[in-house]
Design a protein around this ligand. Structure first.
Ligand code: HEM
Ligand code: HEM
Length: 180
């Protein structure tokens, strides 16, 4: 099976909704969408450090720097390097980074019951509602965690997407494609 990812959806959503999905209002990257920006063949070089994405094209020329490839998360490696995270001072992040990628089928396990965390998906992004008092037992006004609730939050809910700013953004939804 081959995985194809919904990164474009996530980016478009944030740009279009402007709904305070994130305080930062930055595009969201996950490992597979970050990998596109490997600094090769004219592509910019991005890296993820501690939850944020930086454009390091000027340092990662040819897509590498000190043996590290662009298009990946290097949080620990950078912290442990000779210069630590100092080079990032003054650099504005260009995106938010989440490491979790789940298919809809995988998401369905995160019901908030039987000891599982409670996750919900909206517009291709996954939020953790485990610790929300409004989502006890993975339920909220008849809706259940483990599902894509985009339509419900946009339609039936009185609050819309602004409440998503109150819960952690932890991942992106991905689609699993038939093998060709
Ligand atoms: C904005 C991003 C970065 C900038 C501007 C930057 C800049 C530099 C500079 C100027 C040096 C040579 C002088 C020195 O050691 O201070 C260097 C060396 C080094 N950097 Fe970075 N760096 C960046 C990101 C990273 C990252 C993400 C890592 C790890 C994943 C890393 C790992 C290293 C290592 C290991 C060396 C020593 C290289 C060697 O001597 O072989 N750097 N960096
Ligand atoms: C008829 C349907 C719904 C009703 C009546 C409802 C009602 C509420 C109310 C009254 C709150 C309190 C906070 C506020 O309004 O700002 C709340 C919070 C919230 N709701 Fe809903 N909701 C509905 C559907 C949904 C759906 C489909 C989602 C999908 C993700 C959702 C996600 C949330 C979240 C994440 C919070 C914030 C939780 C927190 O702050 O811990 N709601 N909802």
């Amino acid at each position: 099976m081959k995985l194809t990812y919904l990164m474009v959806v996530a980016l478009v959503v944030l740009a279009v909704s402007g709904s305070g999905v994130l305080a930062d209002e930055l595009p969201v990257f996950s490992p597979s969408s970050l990998a596109v920006y490997d600094g090769r063949d004219g592509s910019p070089a991005y890296i993820a450090i501690d939850g944020y994405v930086y454009d390091v094209s000027s340092v990662f020329s040819d897509g590498t720097h000190a043996g590290f490839e662009a298009g990946r998360e290097w949080t620990e490696e950078m912290a442990e390097s000779g210069h630590g995270v100092a080079p990032l001072e003054g650099l504005e992040p260009i995106g938010v980074f989440v490491s979790l990628e789940l298919t809809l089928e995988e998401l369905s396990q995160f019901t908030g019951r039987d000891g599982n965390p409670a996750y919900v998906a909206v517009e291709g992004l996954i939020y953790d509602v485990t610790d929300s008092a409004r989502w006890r037992g993975g339920m909220h006004n008849t809706y259940r965690a483990g599902n894509d609730l985009t339509e419900a939050i946009q339609g039936a809910s009185p609050h819309g997407e602004r409440v998503l700013a109150n819960v952690p953004l932890i991942g992106v939804l991905v689609v699993e494609e038939e093998e060709e």
